[in-house]
Design a protein around this ligand. Structure first.
Ligand SMILES: C[S@@+](CC[C@H](N)C(=O)[O-])C[C@H]1O[C@@H](n2cnc3c(N)ncnc32)[C@H](O)[C@@H]1O
Length: 279
């Protein structure tokens, strides 16, 4: 792990250095550089059969946040938000990670599943941190209040390619069902997040190779966001990316995906994705 020290010192976040082969422990993954990253985790104190239990993708997102911890502390976010908080593992980890900020960062989390909101609340409380947790579809009903207000958004969306109708299932299926190419929920999330991010705001989002992360970055680029891959992790089942987006006045429709700046990390993406748009 690039930066787990402060979090571990809090006594709440610990690092697994054990092999993922051990029963019940998350697997370890490889970062883009090939370096093995430890997996940060907080104890799972609350669960519900209809709520997504933290898994490789959740751990990858928290590890990516930990690797950016110094920058996050420098940013001094006033408002951090998670869309699709599930068990609360990610938003709780983030709040613990940034606890040393004296500026009084506020936290907000949404989930479409009411059991997830309850579980998140229990996880937050068990770790002595606070967030407002709201049951809603993405940020529905909050847009006006949050417009341009959120400094950090974190999302581990439902990204698994599934039949479209599975997206409308209630309960646990909504945790993973992403419809065509796993993009149907993601493609609704991105414009909504753009509206709530502040000028200096950052978005961290998990995506799967099947979601075509390069295309996601192109879409965000058209909305004026630069991007980079914070972490790539190959598990036995999937290739996960944690993408980071931030506003960049030089990024926009005119930005060429073939510019040297883009290539430095475009080349880290799967070859298949590079050719997806016929570019
Ligand atoms: C892959 S799980 C991630 C859970 C948690 N963030 C984690 O990383 O462990 C996706 C979560 O998004 C929620 N979700 C799915 N569709 C949503 C929507 N339209 N609006 C808000 N939350 C949604 C699901 O209920 C689920 O809790």
């Amino acid at each position: 792990m690039a930066d787990g020290d402060g979090a571990a010192a809090s006594g709440k976040l610990t690092e697994h250095s054990a092999s993922g082969a051990e029963k019940g422990l998350p697997r370890r993954g490889k970062s883009l550089s090939g370096r093995t990253l430890n997996t940060a985790q907080i104890p799972l104190v609350a669960s519900h059969p209809e709520v997504y239990e933290p898994c490789d993708d959740s751990f990858a997102l928290v590890d990516a946040l930990l690797s950016d911890k110094a920058q996050l502390l420098t940013l001094q976010p006033r408002l951090c938000m998670e869309v699709g908080c599930g068990s609360g593992y990610v938003i709780t980890s983030l709040a613990i990670m940034l606890r040393q900020l004296a500026s009084g960062t506020q936290y907000l989390a949404t989930d479409i599943n009411k059991h997830a909101a309850e579980t998140t609340q229990a996880t937050l409380e068990a770790h002595g941190v606070h967030a407002d947790v709201i049951v809603t579809d993405i940020v529905s009903g909050l847009e006006k209040h949050l417009a341009g207000m959120v400094d950090v958004v974190v999302i581990n969306p439902p990204y698994v390619p599934t039949p479209e109708e599975e997206i409308r299932c209630k309960g646990i299926a909504s945790s993973w069902a992403g419809g065509l190419n796993g993009r149907q929920v993601i493609d609704r999330i991105l414009p909504a997040v753009r509206e709530i991010l502040s000028e200096r705001g950052w978005l961290y989002m998990v995506a799967l190779e099947d979601n075509d992360p390069l295309d996601i970055c192109h879409l965000m680029s058209e909305m004026g966001y630069a991007s980079r891959v914070v972490l790539k992790r190959c598990t036995e089942e999937e290739s996960l990316f944690v993408l980071k987006f931030w506003r960049d006045p030089h990024t926009g429709t005119s930005a060429s995906p073939k510019s040297p700046k883009s290539e430095s990390w475009f080349s880290q993406l799967p070859f298949k994705s590079l050719w997806h748009k016929g570019s």
